[in-house]
Write a protein that binds this ligand. Structure first.
Ligand code: KIV
Ligand code: NA
Length: 276
């Protein structure tokens, strides 16, 4: 079944949960498609996962278009959302529509995602008017890292909790067809999910959301080091890759790879002629 804006919204109405993963390349896109995940997000988290930056702020439109186009070639039924990077929509409504359009036209995304609530509603309205579906992203918005003073759970006090609820309602009113809730307390995310008619996609936001998203390198345990509280390791691919890399290194050095079965044959008469 092909996932669309309509089918994703219908899943919420029918109480079916939506699965989403980040994706940044063709090979992984093919695997995610075969696993029948509902949607992928080419997140600006690629700044960290694919480019090694400490945060998402340096990611450019060119980076996003490049990775989105790669992912699009591996997908068929899985719905493709691309993140709008830092300063591609905050600067003006004009920039927002133009850059959203580039992610569709050049990246072949089916929807764009941008961070912020009430403050970006003008941009959401304008992008939706251009017939580009918008996913909003509220709670912890990593592009605001310096304003927040770090990556922290959002909505623990009454004022901020109310603000997040208001942001959720505002982005729905502005025309967003889905909203990401990042690092908000479980019960607040559940309340928002009940109040909204559009699906909520949680990351660090509990089980009451209408769907979930995870960064695939996180859920596959491909990073050694810190594990955020909300991440679950569904496999240990990082260890498995290192094991294979080490085995390869050992076999190359022990001259056991390549073996006879990996070699290309040549007619003995030809090699004799070449030698002479
Ligand atoms: O960039 C990203 O990966 C995201 C998800 C974590 C929601 O925005
Ligand atoms: Na993002």
């Amino acid at each position: 079944m092909k996932n669309t804006v309509t089918t994703l919204q219908k899943m919420k109405q029918e109480g079916q949960k939506i699965s989403m993963l980040t994706c940044y390349d063709y090979t992984t896109a093919c695997l995610i498609e075969e696993a029948q995940i509902n949607a992928v997000l080419v997140g600006d988290s690629l700044g960290m996962t694919m480019m090694g930056y400490p945060d998402t702020l340096s990611v450019t439109m060119e980076d996003m278009i490049h990775h989105t186009a790669c992912v699009s070639r591996g997908l068929h039924d899985t719905f493709l959302v691309a993140d709008m990077p830092f300063l591609s929509y905050q600067t003006s409504v004009y920039d927002a529509v133009k850059n959203a359009g580039r992610l569709i036209k050049e990246g072949h995304a089916q929807a764009v995602k941008l961070e912020g609530g009430a403050t970006v509603c003008e941009q959401i309205e304008a992008i939706v008017k251009a017939d580009i579906p918008v996913v909003a992203h509220i709670g912890l918005t990593p592009q605001s890292i310096h304003a927040f003073g770090g990556f922290k759970v959002q909505g623990k006090n009454e004022q901020r909790a109310l603000q997040i609820l208001e942001d959720a309602k505002a982005v729905e009113r502005a025309g967003a067809f889905m909203v990401t809730l990042e690092c908000v307390p479980d019960e607040l995310a559940t309340l928002i999910s009940q109040e909204l008619s559009i699906p909520t996609i949680g990351i660090g936001a509990g089980n009451g959301c209408d769907g979930q998203v995870l960064v695939y390198q996180d859920m596959l345990n491909m990073f050694s080091g810190i594990k955020p509280k909300f991440v679950k390791h569904f496999a240990n691919i990082g260890e498995e890759m290192k094991r294979a890399f080490r085995a390869y290194d050992e076999e190359v050095k022990a001259k056991t790879f390549p073996a006879a079965e990996h070699n290309f044959a040549i007619d003995p008469e030809i090699i004799q002629a070449v030698k002479e």
